[in-house]
Design a protein around this ligand. Sequence first.
Ligand SMILES: [Zn+2]
Length: 287
Amino acid sequence: MKVITDERCTGYRQPGHPERPLRISGTLEKLRHQKDLPIEWALPGRADEDAILRAHTPEHLARLRIPEDFDGDTPYFAHIADFARSSVGAALDALTFARTGETVFCLMRPPGHHATRNRAMGFCYLNSIAIAVLEALAAGTKRVAVYDFDVHHGNGTEAILLDKPGTAFFSIHQYPCYPGTGTSNVGNNCFNYPVAPVTPREAYRKVLERALDELKKFKPDLVAVSAGFDAYVREPIAQETLEVEDFHWLGKELRKLGVPMFSLLEGGYSSDLPELIFAYLKGLNGL
Ligand SMILES: [Zn+2]
């Protein structure tokens, strides 16, 4: 399988912030020292400006260069616009690899699914997955589904893809929780599956399964996965109950769809993140 990553994405940090460089460096360490899963490594290419502007306003791109925090969770960092563009570049390359039938995962930061057309929020600056979905449509893919299993609602992806023909968005998330949206379906293509805090893992898996069944009915030609690992039982900023083997199961279930697919790292802030990602990747590869 392909893993698209760039160690330079560890080059920004705020002390005490959960979205920290170790998420990537620790996972790299884990993936480099395992022997079960052969990995082809790839560096992200440049993100095309026109592709970014399908999802975001020019004003938003200009705002990312102004050295002021975006909100309490989402600091300004020097060169954050370039870090975010690297995540987008990885997503666009992942799309290219997925089209050729490769299994591909983007191991990058910052994440993207909370970023709206004109706002950075929730540790997210540019919405990589929405940008890649709109690129897929522009390149002729007819039906693209997004499966967002991050424990937080993918509000930014929803806002960008709302009622966009040829797309469907499925988000399974804890509610109540940040950002407080995703309580019901929106428009004709955004399907939300709110789950109460501390829901037993068997019940949480049933909801993940139900969303996947609905996604199948959409008959996508391509599936883009917002892979967040924060529904994990030892996650510091959410209260769900999934175990390592549940992420392995998720990978296996997504593999069974048998359609071109790529996954991007969104959230996941526990120190076990490397194990969770590894389990998911093994599942995606049928191991
Ligand atoms: Zn999250």
